[in-house]
Design a protein around this ligand. Structure first.
Ligand code: PLP
Length: 437
């Protein structure tokens, strides 16, 4: 690896273009989560399989995967063909199509809780739809969310979320922390923020009988890749049923990734409602809300409004059908094998370099935390990890052609084959040694 170490990649063109673009685009980027990337936000020319190609001519192994969607890798052939085919038929009709019915049929076939569903265009938006349904169905207002769980960027849920890693109040009674300036302070009035993975605290809260919905990532994957404690999801399910509270799984990351039917299939616990995005269409702007028919049918006959000009946009629906048809069990076992090998290889690389790191999660999405000696159980554990060292690590990796999120989550695709895994492990070993010295 001597050559790669002595000639790390350069990102000067990206840096220059982002600077130039900032005369039109605020900060030169179109999402705050693309700001403050070390050494610079990147500008890309194309993607193919596990690789991205940037304007400096670098080929990067991509573990961002569009922040999670690209479980089939960049530009899967069947999806590209389906999209080209659909574009010949038209772009937007404000009416129904056969392709959207097929996409919906596939969602209901794959997702255990999905008796009925509706499409949307972003995870943030379908999470709002889920909360509205829950409030309408229960005629209650309060919603419980958990510290570190992210449910989109809107006022009423952007409290105590990653990536801020801010915490306030005692661990068993967190004080909601606003994620943004300009957020309506009263938007937290109808919200209770609780610690995740603590059943007793949740049971006590629900027993008051005034909670419309509990919304959670069934495995906390936006910050880290944290497993639910054994029995936790079952306990949450039981408490929600007992106290008449709607259980919402936000499966925007875990859906179609942890298993064809998402976290609910993987852990065998059924929510009343679930929301999806990201991997549902391998990069096209598609989201979905699915669940109990009596709840979803409140959209059609219960006076609950759900709209969106681009809902079930036909080209995106063609991408959805192509993606969902590709999600065979064999795909998950391939990712399972390679992801497991990558996690193992990284653990060995850190151990032999003497770097204290925890590599944990799932082969389809895992997390690396520096300075912890055991897998995090919740957000406060993660907040104690050494984020500065981790950014130095991802910056080092980028200079060796591996692009990984500075927040610690690694997304796998079916195109990350054994050779790609080997190359990644070698880069991790280089950087780990360098960090230690
Ligand atoms: N829910 C979770 C768990 C997410 O990770 C995200 C996005 O990262 C969202 C909701 C919001 O989805 P979107 O960015 O499509 O609005």
């Amino acid at each position: 690896h001597a050559t790669r170490l002595s000639s790390p990649l350069s990102f000067e063109q990206s840096a220059r273009q982002v600077r130039d673009n900032s005369q039109w685009i605020s900060g030169g980027v179109n999402s705050n989560f693309r700001l403050n990337i070390s050494p610079t936000p990147l500008v890309f020319e194309r993607g193919e399989g596990p690789y991205l190609y940037d304007v400096d001519g670098n080929r990067l192994i991509d573990y961002y995967l569009g922040m999670g969607p690209m479980i089939l890798g960049h530009r899967p052939e069947a999806l590209c063909d389906a999209v080209r085919d659909q574009i010949e038929r038209g772009i937007l009709f404000a009416g129904q199509t056969q392709v959207e019915a097929e996409a919906a049929r596939l969602v209901c076939e794959l997702v255990p809780c999905a008796e009925r569903m509706r499409f949307g265009t972003s995870g943030s938006e379908v999470d709002q739809a889920a909360l509205r349904l829950a409030r309408a169905a229960t005629e209650r207002q309060k919603v419980v969310k958990f510290e570190g769980h992210y449910h989109g960027w809107f006022d009423n849920v952007l409290w105590s979320t990653a990536p801020s890693l801010d915490v306030a109040g005692p661990a068993d009674q967190p004080v909601p922390v606003a994620g943004s300036k300009g957020q309506l302070p009263q938007s937290a009035d109808a919200l209770d923020v609780l610690p995740w993975n603590n059943l007793e605290i949740l049971q006590r809260r629900l027993a008051k009988g005034d909670v419309a919905a509990v919304i959670m990532e069934a495995a906390m994957c936006n910050a880290g890749a944290v497993h639910p404690a054994p029995g936790y999801l079952e306990g949450v399910r039981e408490a929600c049923t007992r106290y008449g509270t709607i259980l919402i799984f936000d499966e925007v990351i875990t859906g179609f990734r942890l298993a064809p039917g998402g976290a609910q299939e993987r852990f065998g616990v059924l929510p009343d409602l679930a929301t999806f995005g990201k991997a549902i269409a391998n990069g096209f702007p598609v989201a979905a809300i699915a669940g109990r028919a009596d709840l979803l049918d409140m959209f059609s006959s219960g006076g609950v409004v759900h709209g969106g000009t681009y809902n079930a946009q036909p080209i995106s629906m063609a991408a959805t059908v192509a993606t969902l048809r590709s999600l065979k069990p064999s795909l998950y076992s391939l990712i399972d094998q390679r992801g497991t090998r990558l996690m193992e290889g990284m653990r060995e690389a850190f151990a032999s370099a003497g770097v204290q790191a925890v590599v944990t999660g799932f082969p389809q999405i895992f997390h690396v935390a520096f300075g912890l000696d055991a897998p995090a159980r919740d957000y406060r554990d993660l907040a104690r990890s050494n984020k500065k060292a981790y950014v130095a690590f991802t910056t080092g990796l980028l200079h060796r052609g591996v692009r990984a999120l500075e927040r610690g989550a690694w997304f796998m695709s079916v195109t990350h084959d054994d050779a790609v895994v080997d190359e990644t492990i070698a880069a991790v070993a280089d950087v780990a040694r360098e960090l230690k010295s």
